[in-house]
Design a binder for this molecule. Structure first.
Ligand code: PLP
Length: 382
């Protein structure tokens, strides 16, 4: 059987072979396997040096100081650490977020609500974008944190984080940004964006799964409470022995992303155009999300009169996603699509296609031809 075409890069990416090659050097007896926290011998010092080099690589992609990077197990943990760390223990805390954040933010904020924290859930426009004015109008004297994503993982829509951040800095409100889908896809500069906390993931950027980072601003100094206690690693913010190989992998992946940022964006833009062109013969196709403010790699489409589950069954040789990967164990319509105003029925007709570094024009041609074919057949038997 022909190998399926992978069009689910927003769920995860394969590890770049150059990253895997680097990682293996930090595991085996002849490699740098020491504990980076071991201070008494060279095995530890070498591992620590590797961790610090990677910290510099991750910091560099977002124009941060390496001392502002805290290693975590992924963007889920980073979101938890940022939000709980900024809010827990504050009296009468108020948080502003949106209804279409990643579950790592939504579920964390809902949990805080059960603990007495007040949360304002902003509703984005039909394009998936939250307007700066909506954020400012929601602010209260007791607002301690605003949490918004840079790029939405289901729609690819992009928020104007810089405009929001500037105002929040002036008002002294902490700003957390989930940038898991933005790093390596768009230029990201934490100073230009005026963010205080930023969640990053390794495996969305051709690094390994199970490693991420939280950017924590140093100037003006941001203080967050640790959520995992232990040996006081990461300046007390996140204890646990650092996984050297994972960290080195994420560092390498971020360095590659930085070197290829413009070329890769151009490649993905051309693949997107090719894909949409391939579907242009099909009527009744709606783009969900923003046409103007978006990343090139994610295309979310609804097909009139066609149920996404049936369509996916028909597209056996395409790996795509209905709703987000995290929600696909349930058959609930995507809360993100509902959150931008789609009816249950419209949401059930949507599929997310996401392309990446290893997608070829041939694969795109194959995918769009398959989609045209299956949608046409499904509509005929309706
Ligand atoms: C994938 C993703 C996460 C979760 O990242 P993990 O590293 O898998 O925990 C969080 N937010 C967004 C926007 C994502 O796309």
């Amino acid at each position: 059987m022909k190998k399926p075409v992978y069009l689910d890069y927003a769920a995860t990416t394969p590890v770049d072979p150059a990253v895997a090659e680097e990682m293996i050097k930090y595991l085996t007896p002849d490699g740098v396997f020491g504990n980076p926290a071991s201070r008494s011998h060279g095995f530890g010092w070498q591992a620590e040096a590797a961790v610090e080099a990677a910290r510099g690589q991750v910091a560099s992609l977002i124009h941060a100081d390496p001392r502002e990077i805290v290693w975590t197990s992924g963007a889920t943990e980073s979101d938890n650490l940022a939000i709980k760390g900024a809010v827990i223990g504050r009296e009468k805390a108020h948080v502003v977020t949106s209804a279409i954040e990643h579950k790592a933010v939504v579920d964390t904020c809902q949990w805080l609500e059960t603990r007495g924290v007040e949360v304002t859930w902003l509703e984005p426009g039909s394009d998936g974008v939250v307007l700066p004015e909506q954020v400012f109008e929601a602010l209260r004297p007791e607002t301690v944190l605003v949490s918004l994503m840079l790029v939405n993982n289901e729609l690819g829509s992009v928020n104007d984080i810089a405009a929001i951040g500037k105002e929040l800095r002036d008002r002294g409100v902490l700003f957390h940004v989930d940038a898991a889908q933005a790093a390596g896809k768009l230029p990201v500069d934490v100073t230009e964006l005026s963010v205080d906390l930023m969640a990053l993931s390794g495996h969305k950027v051709y690094g390994p799964k199970g490693v991420g980072a939280l950017y924590v601003r140093r100037s003006p100094d941001v203080r967050i409470e640790a959520q995992i206690h232990g040996g006081g690693h990461e300046r007390g913010m996140r204890s646990g022995t650092l996984p050297t190989h994972q960290i080195v992998g994420m560092g390498k992946a971020f360095a590659i992303a930085q070197n290829n940022l413009d070329d890769e964006a151009r490649l993905l833009e051309s693949l997107r155009a090719l894909f949409l062109q391939g579907l242009s013969g099909l009527s009744g196709v709606t783009l969900n999300g923003s046409e103007a403010s978006r990343v090139p790699g994610i295309v979310n489409l609804s097909f009139d009169g066609v149920d996404a589950e049936s369509l996916m069954l028909g597209l056996r040789n395409l790996a795509v996603s209905s709703g987000s990967a995290c929600a696909s164990a349930t058959i609930e319509p995507s809360y993100v699509l509902r959150g931008i105003g789609l009816s249950d029925e419209q949401a059930h007709r949507a599929l997310r296609f996401s392309v990446g570094r290893y997608t070829t024009p041939d694969e795109i041609a194959f995918a769009s031809a398959q989609i045209v074919d299956v949608v046409t057949r499904l509509r005929a038997v309706r």
